[in-house]
Each structure stands twice: as C-alpha cells, then as structure tokens.
Design a protein around this ligand. Structure first.
Ligand SMILES: Nc1ncnc2c1ncn2[C@@H]1O[C@H](COP(=O)(O)OP(=O)(O)OP(=O)(O)O)[C@@H](O)[C@H]1O
Ligand SMILES: CCCCCCCCCCCCC/C=C/[C@@H](O)[C@H](CO)NC(C)=O
Ligand SMILES: [Ca+2]
Length: 573
C-alpha cells in the first residue's frame, strides 16, 4: 500500500461488497472489507481479505458521476441485497483507468463506487479531478489527422470507434481532419494550422503518414523562426508540439517499435496519460539539397526495391509488401557502391550487444542529459573525426540504416534489435552479395530468435553519420569521406547494365517508406539534437509490467529540437 498521506478515505460499496477506498497523491486503492461473525462473541468484526486493488493516479483516465445506480450484480440471490445497498448508497462515481493486458496492450477499465451521500460522491470526484489536473503532461486539445487510405483503409473507423470515445471520456477535445490527398496533413501543418490552439498532433495512419506530420511540424517551426532547413548546417529550432500515433498503416513500425504493439486503444491510452518517448531523427541530403528526415528505416537495395515495387500495388493494402518482397527476393539484385561512415564513440553500445532499448534506457538518458558530458565531443575529438571515418566499397544486396529497432508485426525484434530509440545513432547494416539461399537465411532470422548479423556476408556498425555513393564509371574516389561530396559527384548515374549481373545499376532509398529521388546521399550525423522527444515520466518502467519488452509508449512526444543540422538526435514526437 502507498506510504503517502491519505487525501481521502471512505467506506463505500463496490458492486455488493463494502470496500475501503483510499486516495493518496499517487495511488487510488480499494480493499474489500469482509464482515464475518465471530461465533464466540457474536459480534461482527471487519477482517481484511486478499481482494485489494491499486491504480496509479497517473493512469486514471477520468472520473465521472454515474447516472445509473445498478450495482453490477444481477445474480438473483444477491439482487435483493444489492437493491438494499443501492438504496443505502445511491450515489455512484466511476473511475476509468488503464489496465495492462498481455503483450504490452492496454485497455480502459471502469470501477464504480457507491456512496451514501451526494456530498461524499461529489467530494471523491472533485479530489480525484484535482489530482488529475496536477498531471501537466496530459494533453487537453489535440489536432488529429486521419489518413483514410493507409493500411487496410480503416483509419476513420479506428478513430471513430476506438479512439474518439476514449478521448471524450478523458475530456480531450479533438479537431479532426480527414486527409484528402497525400501531403494534405504536411501542408496544412506547414502553413495553415493554428498550432497555438493545441497540445499535440495525432497521426492516424502508418509510418508514411507519421513521416508527413514530422515534416510538416519541423518545417513549420523552422519557417516560423526563419531557419533554412535545406542547409545541412542550419541550427534547427525545437517544435513545441508532441505527436501521437494511432496505428492504422501497413507496417506501423514506429508505433510497434516504441509502444511494443500496434493497437489503437493502447496508443490512445498512452496519449491520454501523456506518455512520451524520445526518438532519433536523421536528416538526409543529396549534396546541399535537403531530401527528407527519417526516423525508422533508410533502406537501399532490397528494401528500396521492395518499396518501389510495392507502391505500384497500393491497392493490395499491407499484402503488397509480401508480394513485392517475394518478387524482389527472387530478382536477387545487388548494387555496387561506396559506403563511408563515422562510427560512434565508445559508450553507446554496439548493435550486437543484445541490450534492448526500453523506457528509461540509460544509454538514451545519458545522451539527453546536458550535464553528462560522457558522450559529448570535445573540439579535438571532433577534429579527429576526419581520421575516424571508414570507407567500404562493395557489392551489396541491402544497405539498411535503422535509427530504431524497426520492430513490426512481420519482424517482432526488428531489423536491428539492439538499436536505441534516442541515442543519436543509427545502426548501419551492410548485406553483401551472397547466394539466394544465404540471403533467405538472413531474412528468415528477422522472424525468429537467431542473430541475423551472424553471417559472413553481413556487417553492422553503430554510426553517427554515413554517406553512400553508388558506383559510377566516371567516379573518382574522394579522398576525405567526411567532406560532403562535390556537386559533380552526383552527375547522372551509370545507366544500363554495368557491374550488376542481374539488375540495374542503381536501387533507390526507401526513407520511412517513401522513395528518395537520389541514390547518392549523406545522412547527417552530429551529436547535438535536431529534434528531441522527452520522457517526462522516468518511472514508467517501474510501474509497468516488468516482462514488457518496451515498457513505454511513445505515443505522444514533444518536439524540443535542440540545435544543429543533424541527424540522429532525439526528436520530440
Ligand atoms: N487522403 C489521402 N489520399 C492518398 N494518400 C494519402 C492520403 N493521406 C495520406 N496519404 C499518403 O499515404 C501514404 C501512406 O500512408 P500510411 O503511412 O498511413 O499507410 P501505409 O503506407 O499503408 O502504412 P506504412 O507506412 O505503415 O507501411 C503516406 O505517405 C501519405 O502521404
Ligand atoms: C522469409 C521471410 C522473410 C521475412 C522478412 C521479414 C523482414 C521484415 C522487416 C520489415 C522491416 C520494416 C522496417 C520498416 C520500414 C518502414 O519504414 C516502411 C514504411 O512503413 N515499411 C517497409 C516495409 O519498408
Ligand atoms: Ca538510434
């Protein structure tokens, strides 16, 4: 039981049982009081039973006066007793709270308490509401964008049936925009939306829709502050709004990888209780042209080809990825090019250390602690960066940069199971040319417990920044990979069948599910945050089910952008 002082304590009825209900600052607690008769004395005494319950105040969704006085017991034998009790305790209030179920899923449960007087009932409602109003991280006004065509085209139904009733119950007001075309949400955020009115933006859709919203918010903030985001070295201004995700897409890896499940009700509840989770965001440039931000996967070769092919099959819904996956696998293309990367300093773990990023992850927390200088680069260290760049030239079936695990229902541990959500790094996975069978083995390991990096043709590096240059006949190798490539380095790629046996010379980059126009990219890395998501409640892990893989939810996060142009930095989503 909570050691904090009691704010309120009463004997009330719950269903047909008398319970002692106690509210402290952090916990609502109720315990059944069983009346048993002692034969010897024939006097009644109260004894404690094992039936006690506790709900954290921060996980109370709402408290309401209940209209009906049905005490919830319809069994005939007890009906009479229940009726008597409802006459004695006619005033009822209902507390809605978060209940954890299996596999990271949350549900909203109700418990009703019956009081003898209206004054007592009102007092309970008032005191609980007062405690809830102290939770300042909870949103009150939200701007919701629904992509009606994402995933199985269920976005609108999911919002209306599963999310809106919960928002209403939690007294959250929501302005809803159902998008009419691609980039509707992005452009509305960029130019029209009155963002002062809201505490957060909610995205009902998949990773592509989430990406739209990130781009809209970041761009809007930079425009408002006169920052030119196309400059790779621009100091970005933090966004003040958080983004929540209601999964309604095909992959939903950003939701799955942060919350641990892609369940709309769970996400809605995380938004209501104001949970947030920092996430890395990287910026992708082609020379000095800004292309996009990425929060999940940048994939060239296999995933780029899957995405390119799947876009033509959108009408198939999520199944398009399976079909295009098989087709791309059978094509067995590989691509020649040069990857240069700047590895992370020690202390940020490595992609094969089997450390999983959870809420309150110490690596991510250190990254975001301004007092902790452990991972901040000194000037000298920054200068010596130039010597730390590595360059690999080769033929690759896939080049993947995972800024987070990229866990999703297809691959529950993700492309890089130990990648961190907010450490300012990305895991660069290079899959070299190999046989079809070997590549199949590698892919298969994404779906089971085996280590997908444990192959001679796969290497993985935790990096702060990297560049990719597809092979070009006329390409003269640059001497310093840490310098951005000169413009001429991006002259037309070799066309026709050059080095690849089975494929065209170039693949495309899939950036969070969107195809980039250029194959030659630099993904900026810098140790200062571009955008940051804060975790306001560091205790979340301790109050959650310890079996949970990813204890927290990241559904709503805050764009707190720090400075700098860069990339793997926490964003506030
Ligand atoms: N009204 C609309 N009509 C057509 N396209 C839209 C509309 N609204 C948004 N979009 C675009 O649809 C694309 C895909 O949406 P979304 O990410 O929601 O679903 P998905 O691609 O099925 O899922 P995932 O990205 O998780 O694989 C996004 O890039 C977004 O820009
Ligand atoms: C023989 C079985 C092979 C199964 C291979 C499973 C591997 C699946 C890995 C999927 C990772 C998805 C990472 C997420 C990327 C998103 O950004 C993007 C847009 O939603 N989705 C895809 C599919 O690229
Ligand atoms: Ca990361």
């Amino acid at each position: 039981m909570d050691k904090q002082p009691r704010l309120l304590s009463s004997k009330l009825f719950q269903k047909h049982r008398q319970v002692e209900v106690v509210l402290s600052r952090s916990v609502l607690y109720w315990k059944e009081i069983e009346k048993s008769r002692k034969r010897s004395s024939c006097t009644s005494r109260e004894s404690e039973t094992a039936h006690s319950h506790a709900v954290q105040v921060c996980e109370i969704v709402a408290v309401h006066k209940s209209e009906e006085d049905d005490q919830g017991d319809t069994k005939r034998g007890r009906l009479k007793k229940a009726k008597q009790q409802s006459q004695l305790y006619p005033h009822t209030f209902t507390v809605s709270y978060v209940r954890r179920t299996r596999q990271h899923q949350w549900r909203c449960s109700d418990v009703s308490f019956h009081c003898a007087s209206q004054a007592l009932c009102q007092q309970w409602i008032q005191v609980i509401n007062e405690q809830l109003s102290l939770l300042t991280n909870r949103p009150k006004r939200l701007l919701v964008y629904i992509n009606p065509y994402g995933g199985k085209q269920q976005g609108k139904r999911i919002y209306e049936q599963k999310v809106a009733p919960l928002f209403r119950r939690a007294c959250i007001s929501a302005d809803v925009i159902v998008t009419e075309c691609a980039n509707h949400a992005r452009d509305h955020l960029k130019t029209e939306a009155n963002l002062d009115k809201y505490d957060g933006v909610v995205c009902v859709g998949g990773d592509g829709m989430f990406s739209e919203i990130v781009h809209g918010l970041v761009t809007r903030t930079q425009t408002d502050h006169g920052v030119d985001q196309s400059r790779a070295d621009a100091e970005l201004v933090p966004c003040s709004l958080r983004i929540g995700i209601i999964p309604a897409g095909s992959t939903d890896c950003i939701c799955f990888g942060t919350v641990g499940t892609n369940d709309p009700v769970t996400s809605a509840l995380h938004i209501i209780v104001g949970d947030s989770q920092p996430m890395d965001v990287c910026s992708v440039h082609h020379g000095d042209v800004f292309l996009r931000y990425s929060v999940s996967l940048l994939g060239y070769g296999f995933y780029g080809d899957v995405l390119t092919d799947s876009e033509r099959k959108r009408w198939l819904g999520p199944a398009r990825y399976d079909l295009s996956g098989v087709k791309t696998f059978l094509s067995h293309n590989y691509y020649e090019g040069t990857v240069s990367y700047l590895p992370t300093a020690d202390g940020l773990g490595n992609p094969r250390d089997k450390v999983q990023c959870r809420s309150g992850c110490h690596i991510c927390q250190h990254k975001h602690s301004s007092k902790d200088k452990q991972w901040e680069m000194s000037e000298e260290e920054e200068k010596s960066d130039k010597d730390r760049w590595s360059t690999i030239h080769g033929k690759f079936i896939a080049i993947n940069a995972a800024s987070m695990s990229c866990a999703c229902p297809r691959s529950p541990k993700g492309l890089s199971p130990s990648a961190h959500l907010a450490d300012g790094t990305t895991d660069l996975i290079l899959v070299r040319k190999c046989s079809r069978l070997d590549f199949f083995r590698h892919l298969l390991r994404h779906t089971n417990k085996d280590d997908q990096f444990d192959h001679s043709f796969v290497e993985v590096h935790r990096v702060r920044t990297f560049r990719f240059q597809p092979f070009q006949k006329q390409l003269v190798s640059r001497e310093d990979p840490s310098e951005p490539p000169k413009k001429k380095g991006f002259s037309p790629m070799c066309s026709g069948q050059t080095t690849c046996n089975y494929s065209k010379a170039h693949s495309s980059w899939s950036c969070d599910g969107e195809i980039l126009k250029h194959a030659a990219i630099q993904v900026s890395g810098y140790d200062v945050n571009m955008v940051k998501i804060e975790i306001p409640d560091k205790h979340h892990l301790t109050r959650s089910n310890h079996k949970e893989k990813l204890a927290v939810s990241s559904n709503i996060s805050q764009l707190l952008a720090g400075n700098s142009y860069s990339c793997y930095s926490g964003t506030t989503l």
